[in-house]
Design a binder for this molecule. Structure first.
Ligand SMILES: C[S@@+](CC[C@H](N)C(=O)[O-])C[C@H]1O[C@@H](n2cnc3c(N)ncnc32)[C@H](O)[C@@H]1O
Length: 222
């Protein structure tokens, strides 16, 4: 076969593969999460997505999760059937909004902890705007103190506050996480003692995903 024929054959094969992939909704460009916006199934979801988008436009941001990490949180919480979700580090409420989308489906509730009064107030406004304020309790104050009020089993725990505090949150809240529950922790690259704890305990199974692998996903085994 001449060189030209080999190139043409290669091109045709590539086109055939691309067409096959598009038909199957497979690995084509538009099948990747980052390329496809989250789609609203209901008016309630539409309202949450609109609030998320408005908060971005208004610059109501402080170290919030990325859209793709937020969507991952939602998927995990909904798949876990979370009834009781706890978040350490509310900021302006964006991850709380993603979690709320799951909780709408599961009939669950979120308790979220934040020590900055301004950010807690912005988050409350966002939860109200999104129509999920009845699902969310924002607890103000230092979470190392205020988490002692938690008594109920936790289905999903999301840790996203002071990195040097991750191990304390884990140690104190792990007994409350139900078997089969999830402990999610953001930006774990900067919390090595936390990573050591969740990867050396045989009661736990931990994988890393999310943007840059920075989301620790830990299953508390049955
Ligand atoms: C990374 S931001 C949280 C982002 C939020 N989860 C989101 O994605 O929308 C961390 C937040 O934790 C709060 N924080 C840090 N240490 C805290 C503590 N000891 N108690 C309560 N909140 C704390 C900070 O004020 C900050 O708003």
């Amino acid at each position: 076969m001449t060189r030209r024929r080999i190139v043409v054959a290669g091109l045709l094969m590539g086109l055939a593969c691309a067409a096959w992939s598009q038909r199957r909704g497979g690995f084509g460009r538009f099948s990747r999460q980052g390329d496809v916006p989250a789609l609203a199934k209901s008016d309630a979801e539409k309202r949450i997505l609109a609030t998320l988008s408005q908060a971005q436009k208004d610059g109501e941001l402080f170290a919030n999760v990325s859209v793709s990490d937020g969507r991952l949180l939602r998927v995990l919480a909904e798949a876990a059937g979370a009834k009781d979700a706890v978040e350490i580090g509310t900021s302006t409420g964006l991850s709380g909004l993603w979690l709320s989308m799951a909780l709408l489906a599961t009939g669950g509730r979120l308790t979220t902890f934040e020590y900055d009064r301004g950010r807690a107030s912005t988050a409350r406004g966002n939860f109200k705007e999104a129509g999920v304020d009845h699902l969310v309790t924002v607890v103000e104050g230092d979470a190392h103190q205020t988490i002692s009020r938690l008594k109920e089993p936790i289905d999903v725990l999301f840790i996203d506050a002071d990195k040097e505090g991750y191990l304390d949150y884990l140690t104190r809240l792990l007994p409350l996480v139900r078997p089969g529950g999830l402990i999610l922790a953001h930006n774990v690259d900067t919390a090595p003692d936390y990573v050591r704890a969740v990867t050396t305990n045989p009661e736990l199974e931990t994988v890393f995903a999310g943007d840059g692998g920075g989301l620790g996903i830990t299953l508390k085994k049955h």
